[in-house]
Design a protein around this ligand. Structure first.
Ligand SMILES: *Cc1c(COP(=O)(O)O)cnc(C)c1O
Length: 419
């Protein structure tokens, strides 16, 4: 959890008081601190690149705002994209095609053709995808996503590397996939696995690296294939709760790179952090609009619901909540923080001890930069909110609030229904 500056009981973000940002931009609003994005990128790139040549593929599904992508482009990051829309966003933000690795699942022929058109390297997820790609192109560099049978994550919905998931080429077919790729005229350059999300310990990363290294060795000894890169995927967790500590990046990098260096002839290690780079750079500011005491609970009703931030409702995720205009004051009432969506599952936080609230107070929901805006929706016909970037005491709007017109623009009423 990031520490924020406090001035006269006010929360300060990037040199600006949260209440002033809320007044200028309205709420709900996502506020991202640019320096934090740069710091996080440099921390993870530095830890790995001091040990061996490293490629950071920022998993942009965590946050695809074009301004955020620009910052990471400037930092020298590369991209892990999972859809053609993400590829397009990254290219518009200035990433050249060679800095994008596409890792899709259940990829359509239409999407494969669009990727080939844009010269994007494809990290192939299945033998079916390989054969279908061969009908469109040949000679291209490819890599494979392997199902490493090593899964981890904070919730069953985010474990991707376990054997029972839909992801990746099964481990017992991976050599077949590479020999078939060579047969079809492709140039295999990499091997990839992604274990899951929000992994707070190092052990699953060392285990998946061991699996990748042993497969790379078999590729070399049995098929004579020497890989350019080993990609350990993403999933590095962050401390969402006050009592949790950060991942030991130096130890993680040491454990991973020593295995790749000693066990393979791969030139480069690739890492695909999404959450690690962007989660703690951003808070969601939301206004207390309604207070309700019931026999069981005290509810703080706010203007952001699971349409704005779905993680608590969808995964049961914890996001720390503070009162931005009573910052650092002791809690005295346990509130459920709930939104305007007509579903009883619509909550941002439960049973949080906060200073006594009044209507108009401003809440800051921490660590909202990853899978926050990018998973938001217009459910209940609520337009998506603004996003703002702050740096050294100044702010920029980086996404305009949607209008009701934006939401209705694509609906069509057949003329016979207008009679
Ligand atoms: C989502 C994803 C990531 C990033 O996951 P984080 O938990 O945000 O680090 C990395 N690689 C692939 C293939 C992904 O799908």
């Amino acid at each position: 959890m990031r520490e924020f500056e406090r001035i006269d009981d006010h929360m300060v973000i990037g040199g600006l008081r949260a209440v002033d940002l809320a007044e200028e931009y309205g709420t709900p609003v996502y506020v991202t601190d640019e320096s934090a994005v740069r710091d996080n990128y440099r921390a993870i790139y530095g830890a790995f690149s001091r040990r061996m040549p490293t490629r950071i593929n920022y998993a942009c599904k965590a946050n695809t705002n074009l301004a955020i992508l620009r910052i990471l482009e400037q930092e020298g990051s590369c991209i892990d994209a999972v859809s053609i829309g993400e590829v397009e966003a990254c290219m518009r933000a200035g990433f050249s095609s060679d800095r994008i690795l596409y890792t899709g699942v259940n990829v359509s022929n239409h999407e494969l053709a669009a990727l080939v058109n844009r010269n994007i390297t494809i990290n192939i997820d299945s033998l079916s995808e390989l054969e279908r790609l061969a009908e469109i192109t040949s000679g291209a560099a490819v890599s494979f996503r392997m199902n490493p049978e090593v899964g981890a994550g904070y919730h069953e919905k985010v474990v991707t590397g376990a054997r029972s998931t839909k992801f990746g080429v099964p481990k017992d077919r991976i050599l077949d996939a590479y020999s078939r790729a060579v047969e079809l005229g492709f140039r295999p350059v990499g091997l990839h696995a992604h274990i899951g999300a929000g992994v707070q310990v190092i052990e699953p990363f060392t285990r998946v690296t061991d699996v990748l290294v042993s497969v790379a060795q078999e590729l070399e000894s049995k098929l004579g294939i020497r890989l350019d890169f080993i990609d350990i995927g993403g999933g590095i967790g962050i401390p969402y709760r006050p009592e949790e500590g950060p991942m030991d990046l130096e130890l993680l990098a040491e454990e991973v790179t020593s295995r790749v260096i000693n066990g393979t002839s791969a030139r480069q290690v690739a890492v695909e952090p999404g959450r690690y780079i962007i989660a703690d750079t951003t808070v969601l500011l939301t206004t207390v609009v309604d207070l309700k005491e019931t026999p069981d609970k005290w509810f703080a009703g706010v203007d952001a619901g699971f349409n704005t931030l779905v993680r608590p409702a969808f995964y049961g995720s914890y996001h720390h909540v503070a009162v931005a205009n009573k910052f650092g004051l002791p809690g005295d009432v346990a509130y459920d923080v709930v939104g305007p969506i007509c579903e009883s599952g619509d909550h941002l936080a439960k049973e949080r001890s906060l200073p006594r609230l009044e209507e108009g107070d401003l809440l800051a929901v921490y660590d909202a930069g990853a899978y926050g805006f990018s998973m938001s929706s217009q459910y209940n016909m609520r337009p998506k909110c603004r996003e703002v970037l702050v740096r050294n005491g100044s702010s920029n709007l980086i996404r305009e609030r949607e209008s009701i017109d934006d939401l209705l623009r694509h609906d069509r009423i057949p003329s016979r229904l207008m009679l």
